[in-house]
Design a protein around this ligand. Structure first.
Ligand code: NDP
Ligand code: BG6
Length: 491
């Protein structure tokens, strides 16, 4: 059983409290941690946005996200007790905005109490909000700031945001969210790699043929279409979530799990990623956009109809990446992510090399190389595909079978959502689950190269029907290397 250790009492200000993220993820996350007894009673939650709402109105609105579908009397009662810690403040969070006096009054004046500022706001105002926090004297010695992604839309804008935030908060008080780092199965990657002896000796170009990282979603751009249309899959998913997964797979063993030890190793991977430019982009990257199709058994419209105009924003991207270092020379890392794909699934597949010499007679069946399938979501688990002998008489017949670890079967089913874990990690000051400034900027440099190449060259956006695995060109990306995408269900 996991042990729940309460955190120190804290105050949290959620800027952007009426927005989608705050209502759908942050307030429910705090509520769940409070229900589990992890948040001490003398903690305070201050919800801030520009709408002139009373605290009661806000609680009612936020309650709609938490008390869904016939919530039990017990849950309603818990919500009523939880919301006694919650105050709403109408604040214009930009420097010359109003409402800061009320906000300050809602916070515990004790400078020793941990104070969190969560910016669930349009990223364009991160800098001015930080200035305002400083100018209004809210930044106490134990304050921390949490920045949602995206941090900028390219290297230069990310640097500007980081500089603006850095003028008010030191780097060790800045928590840049990549919610994938808060996922149970993503954290488990470090344990799988570095707490098991058997993988490390073959975790390199000697033992591994290639790596596939897939983050597929069945949903479309939906309510966030106006943001998404300016971002696209490369900025929205690859620059952060997929590159973080790649780093965890590819990094050298850190000396410890201490935040900077891990972040320094991830940074080395990002720096070693081979740059994709206009000469290599068409062989290394495929971009696509969904058109109308059938998703989750329902007919859905295409992306262009959803956003109301034809655009070349990519809702799918597949990349053949290479890491130029000793460990990974010649090992392709195939990354793929998209919206409106066949199903929602995130997985990492490590394809090992074949055995060097085949001693088994030809009619015994195909000898297949080992494959490690790390299923991040849903149906979290780890599967190692091995060759075995089909038991029984009649000579040797080979079978390719899984050694299967299903988290649902093996462990407690309900572990906390990523945001629950990340919020508690901020209170604890655990920076290891967050991105350091140099990681974010280096990741942008690499993705900026691809975006520049798209602008320079003739890089079409291929259409794919909603509810499929993306454009056929994505299969050619691997087909050219005599490989194919694996499906974890059948891998
Ligand atoms: P929304 O547009 O739904 O919400 C934005 C919030 O910011 C609203 O509460 C808005 O309220 C408030 N706001 C805007 N301007 C100001 C201002 N000057 N002062 C005070 N409050 C202001 O955005 P999301 O909740 O979707 O996203 C928030 C952030 O989280 C963004 O950076 C987004 O990229 C990021 N994010 C969101 C995800 C999601 O699933 N929603 C996932 C990953 C990241 P009002 O206008 O009333 O003031
Ligand atoms: C967010 C992206 O960071 O991650 C969204 O902005 C995406 O576009 C989401 O849908 C996916 O997260 P998850 O946890 O559902 O895989």
């Amino acid at each position: 059983m996991a042990e729940l250790v309460p955190v120190e009492p804290f105050d949290i200000v959620i800027f952007g409290a009426t927005g989608d993220l705050a209502r759908r993820k942050l307030v429910p996350a705090l509520f769940h941690r409070w229900c589990d007894g992890q948040i001490p009673e003398n903690s305070r939650i201050v919800a801030a946005a520009r709408d002139e709402l009373s605290t009661a109105d806000y609680i009612k609105r936020a309650g709609e996200m938490v008390l869904t579908g016939g919530a039990s009397a017990e849950r309603r009662d818990a919500w009523a007790r939880f919301t006694q810690h919650l105050t709403y403040c109408a604040v214009d969070a930009t420097a010359d905005g109003k409402g800061w006096g009320e906000l300050k009054a809602a916070l515990d004046p004790d400078p020793k109490k941990i104070r969190l500022f969560y910016l669930a706001l349009p990223p364009s105002i991160y800098g001015s909000v930080c200035d305002a926090i400083g100018e209004h004297g809210l930044n106490t010695p134990r304050s921390r700031i949490v920045l949602e992604k995206p941090i900028g839309h390219d290297f230069h804008s990310a640097r500007q945001v980081n500089e603006a935030v850095g003028r008010v908060f030191p780097e060790n008080a800045i928590f840049r969210i990549d919610h994938y780092l808060g996922k149970e199965t993503v954290q488990n990657l470090l344990i799988l790699r570095f707490a098991n002896m058997l993988l490390e000796p073959v975790w390199n170009s000697g033992g591994i043929d290639h790596v596939q990282i897939t983050v597929a979603e069945s949903l479309g751009a939906g309510k966030r279409a106006s943001y998404y249309d300016r971002a696209g899959a490369l900025r929205d998913m690859v620059q952060n979530h997929l590159l973080q997964l790649l780093c965890l797979v590819a990094m050298e063993p850190p000396a410890s799990l201490e935040a900077d030890a891990v972040r320094a190793e991830k940074l080395k991977v990002l720096r070693a990623l081979r740059r994709i430019d206009s000469k290599s982009v068409n062989k290394a990257v495929v971009r696509g956009q969904y058109e109308a199709g059938v998703s989750d058994r329902e007919s859905v419209e295409g992306y262009a109809e959803e956003v109301g105009e034809a655009t070349d924003t990519e809702t799918f991207v597949a990349i053949r990446g290479e890491i130029d270092n000793w460990r990974w020379a010649g090992v392709p890392f195939y990354l793929r992510t998209g919206k409106r794909m066949r199903s929602r699934r995130s997985e990492i597949i490590i394809q090992f090399k074949p055995v060097p010499h085949d001693i088994i007679q030809a009619d015994a069946g195909a000898l297949q190389p080992n494959r490690l399938v790390i299923r991040l979501q849903p149906d979290e688990g780890v599967k190692l595909m091995l060759m075995t002998k089909d038991p029984g008489p009649g000579g040797v017949r080979l079978r390719y079978v899984p050694l299967n670890l299903s988290f649902a079967d093996e462990f407690e089913k309900d572990y906390p959502d990523a945001y629950e874990r990340l919020l508690m990690a901020v209170v604890r000051g655990n920076l290891g689950l967050f991105m350091r400034r140099d990681e974010v900027e280096t990741a942008w440099r690499w993705t900026d190269g691809i975006i520049a190449a798209w602008h320079d060259g003739d890089c079409p956006v291929h259409l794919y029907p909603a509810g499929t695995d993306g454009p056929t060109q994505a299969s050619l990306l691997l087909g050219r290397d005599d490989r194919e995408w694996f499906d974890a269900d059948t891998a």
